[in-house]
Design a protein around this ligand. Structure first.
Ligand code: NAD
Length: 285
């Protein structure tokens, strides 16, 4: 199988999406405006493929082929027309995503997707010439390990586009749910609720972060606690989502002052080395 798959944004999610797309046989173009981030993402992908070989998950030949299929691009202008898929994974800001999607549409992809966690597809589609081809493709972190793909169907999304997104999920080894276009969809609306409440509990001094997490892991069988998950997702990302949900549903999603303060301090979670936990070499201490 071949095909061309373009990912815009080489952050936490973009690199994960690039990883699974290359693994599914696509020729992947990873578009990143920040050269240092782009280079770091390519290095990280190389490490992930090496780790896959070391763990017996893929052969050295497959790892080399995946690496071969990956190209870093400095902008969408460098991408040739008519790729099979373009998925944007730039930060969760409406104006930025709209601008990126408009430019991406100009490359005439067969399928245009957004990895937004919370912004309605209808809002992102404003300004697009072909909203019928546009759909939410919400992957989860880390993309290579998480089975779910939340497919978000906007009011203008064509039936064929939804079918193509479900087929894409299968090719990428993901299990899809198809949901209606409401802010926060089926996942972030519930997941962020838990995360925000856990942060309010830290501020209230209910228990230490590790004990709040442990309570949910042992008491509710969550695989990971809400504060550790917030660290993994990125506090800045969660703050952006909370603001989107607050605008849609009111103050029940108001970001707790502690979250705002931690983001302002640069305590963003795993990616900055400090959040509710201290992170070193990818592990929590
Ligand atoms: P991130 O900040 O780690 O990465 C975003 C990347 O986009 C950065 O490298 C940035 O330089 C790049 N970028 C910005 N403008 C660009 C442009 N015009 N062209 C190309 N690249 C550009 O963010 P992330 O955590 O990967 O999140 C990306 C999206 O995925 C957001 O919409 C977020 O809500 C969503 N999401 C995040 C998670 C998560 O766990 N982090 C999970 C699901 C969905």
């Amino acid at each position: 199988m071949s095909g061309r798959f373009v990912v815009v944004g080489a952050g936490t999610m973009g690199l994960g999406i690039a990883y699974v797309a290359a693994g599914a046989g696509y020729r992947v173009e990873l578009v990143e405006v920040d050269p240092a981030r782009g280079a770091a993402a390519v290095t990280r992908l190389g490490e992930l493929w090496e780790r896959g070989v070391a763990r017996g998950k893929l052969t050295a030949a497959d790892a080399a082929a995946n690496r071969e299929r990956l190209t870093l691009r400095a902008g969408l202008a460098e991408v040739a027309e008519r790729p099979d898929v373009i998925v944007e994974a730039v930060p969760e800001r409406l104006d930025l995503k709209r601008a990126v999607l408009r430019e991406a549409e100009g490359r005439q992809p067969v399928l245009l997707g957004s990895n937004t966690s919370s912004i309605p597809i209808a809002e992102l589609a404003e300004g697009l010439d072909r909203p019928a081809d546009f759909i939410g493709l919400h992957f989860f972190n880390p993309v290579w390990a998480m089975a779910l793909l939340e497919v978000v169907v906007g009011p203008a999304t064509a039936r064929e586009t939804t079918d193509a997104a479900v087929a894409l999920a299968g090719r990428l080894g993901k299990d899809p749910v198809v949901v209606r276009d409401m802010p926060g969809f089926a996942t972030s609306r519930l997941g962020v609720t838990l995360g925000l409440e856990a942060i309010r509990m830290v501020a209230d001094g209910v228990a230490a972060p590790a004990d709040i997490d442990k309570a949910m892991v042992l008491g509710y069988r969550h695989p990971v606690g809400p504060l550790e998950l917030t660290d993994l997702v990125g506090l800045d990302v969660r703050l952006d989502i909370a603001r989107t949900l607050q605008a849609a549903y009111g103050d029940r999603f108001a970001p707790p002052p502690l979250l705002v303060e931690m983001v302002a301090d640069g305590r963003l979670g795993k990616k900055s080395g400090q959040g509710f936990y201290t992170w070193k070499d990818g592990a929590r201490s």
